[in-house]
Design a protein around this ligand. Structure first.
Ligand SMILES: Cc1cc2nc3c(=O)[nH]c(=O)nc-3n(C[C@H](O)[C@H](O)[C@H](O)COP(=O)(O)OP(=O)(O)OC[C@H]3O[C@@H](n4cnc5c(N)ncnc54)[C@H](O)[C@@H]3O)c2cc1C
Length: 436
């Protein structure tokens, strides 16, 4: 039924059309990228009543699946692949979503998308949600793993089965999660990190040092400020890397987790700079392209709260942006602004970060003793910019952490935040304010 009907773009109450809305009815929405953001966009469109045609194009043969478990439950063997899928073929059919799997888009032109098999889809709205691929090191051998997609995770899981040692390159969230999973399987784990302090760009140096302590105290050999010069062919072990000081680090299995490379090469030269992601307005419309929206890892949305463009490579961002994109396509009221949120499960901790700690000029402990060298568990850090709460990071403090969301949303001042902390148990005994 969905395919035969056409959604009429709503008009403004007084009959004028919003100049930013597409003109005429949108008969067909083409969504490129059948991952989290792409699937949620399609589902949201149906949920808000769009009954035109929806095509969902995916590069992989898999139905849309979730990525967070790839470095956690799936890799650990706690989950089987059937648990990571976000939907099934029947549900997609019942929503009238046409799915093109294993057919990556190879070209974007005004109003149309070409797939690798020559199929050309034409539509009034195009949504781009192609995510990122794993970034690799120069000269990275084939048998060195990355964890970006379902097949990567399953291959690594099989390789870890008989391995005794793991080398992880990169101490970001994904690298640390893979290390944590391997440690849980009783392996010797080494992490090599190029930065002197892990996560310092996201959480600041002081909290980055605490994260390094968390990793080391868990039993990982974390080496920071090291650079790899090359992979070496070694007879005595499967992986060997040479560091800048000439030393070798060897392991049975190696994983490189040094971030992502945006899947945007396929769109070719479309007359806009895509090197830092697709610049979008605060509803996901790509600036400089007619009737094209983008979301998720590849999209740098205008953040009205902080007045700048920001790309967020987080699960919650892709999910929330899908709702905003769907509403923008049909010309509905935008949802209320959201706050960036990311979590990571590692070494028995749940790390949660909300807001924009990267924009802070100072920070202070609100609960716990992690920053002063004590137990990290239950520590909550408040990040401030010009005296206003701009971000919060929690370390296995989920319940109390979420109580800071309202204060963050209203950009509460330092004194109010401290009073709030002091009113609950486990408030920080010292309240030094540190420069970031
Ligand atoms: C291992 C791992 C663990 C993570 N853990 C967390 C976590 O704990 N917390 C958190 O907040 N975030 C986490 N993330 C990040 C989160 O999963 C991503 O931010 C989110 O999936 C982004 O959604 P997306 O739709 O932009 O991209 P994706 O979900 O990556 O989907 C993009 C899809 O587009 C497809 N595609 C690429 N090119 C083309 C093309 N040319 N044509 C058609 N299709 C194409 C890809 O195959 C892919 O399926 C994790 C990511 C990974 C990889």
């Amino acid at each position: 039924m969905h395919n035969n009907e056409t959604h009429k773009v709503p008009t403004m109450a007084d009959g004028r059309k919003d100049a930013s809305e597409p003109t005429g009815p949108i008969e067909h929405v083409i969504i490129v990228g059948a991952g989290l953001g792409g699937l949620r966009s399609a589902q949201q469109l149906r949920q808000i009543g769009y009954c035109g045609r929806i095509s969902l194009v995916g590069a992989e043969m898999h139905l849309p699946y979730d990525r967070p478990p790839l470095s956690k439950q799936l890799l650990a063997g706690e989950w089987e692949p059937d648990r990571v899928y976000l939907t099934d073929a029947e549900a997609l059919t019942s929503l009238g979503i046409e799915v093109y799997l294993g057919k990556p888009a190879v070209a974007l032109r005004p109003g149309e998308v070409e797939l690798t098999d020559g199929t050309v889809l034409r539509g009034g709205a195009i949504v781009l949600a192609t995510g990122a691929a794993a970034r690799t090191l120069p000269g990275q051998p084939e048998h060195v793993f990355c964890v970006r997609n379902l097949d990567d995770s399953l291959r690594l899981r099989a390789a870890l089965r008989d391995a005794k040692s793991l080398l992880v390159v990169g101490a970001g969230f994904i690298g640390a999660e893979v290390a944590s999973t391997a440690l849980g399987r009783g392996m010797d784990v080494t992490i090599l990190e190029a930065q002197p302090v892990p996560l310092s760009r996201v959480l600041g140096e002081r909290v980055g040092h605490m994260c390094a302590r968390l990793i080391r105290e868990s039993g990982v050999d974390l080496r920071t400020g090291v650079s790899i010069t090359r992979f070496v062919d070694a007879r005595d072990c499967p992986v060997s890397v040479e560091l800048a000081d000439g030393s070798l680090v060897k392991a049975d299995v190696a994983v490189v987790g040094i971030g992502g490379k945006l899947n945007l090469d396929w769109i070719g030269d479309i007359g806009i700079d895509v090197s830092g992601g697709l610049l979008c307005d605060s509803a996901g419309r790509v600036l400089g392209l007619e009737n094209v929206w983008a979301l998720g890892d590849i999209a740098s949305w205008r953040d009205e709260t902080y007045g700048a463009h920001q790309r967020q490579e987080h699960w919650t961002a892709a999910t929330e942006q899908a709702g905003a994109v769907a509403r923008s396509i049909v010309g509905a009221e935008p949802p209320s602004a959201t706050t960036p949120y990311v979590w990571s499960d590692q070494f028995g901790y749940k790390i949660q970060v909300i807001g924009r700690p990267d924009l802070a000029d100072s920070l202070t402990t609100l609960h716990g003793e992690g920053l002063s060298g004590g137990p990290i568990r239950s520590t909550i850090i408040g990040y401030f910019r010009t005296g206003e709460l701009i971000g919060v990071a929690g370390f296995s403090a989920a319940r109390r952490f979420s109580s800071y969301r309202p204060l963050l949303l209203k950009r509460a001042g330092l004194d109010q935040v401290r009073q709030f902390a002091a009113a609950s148990d486990n408030a920080a005994p010292e309240a030094t304010i540190y420069d970031i």
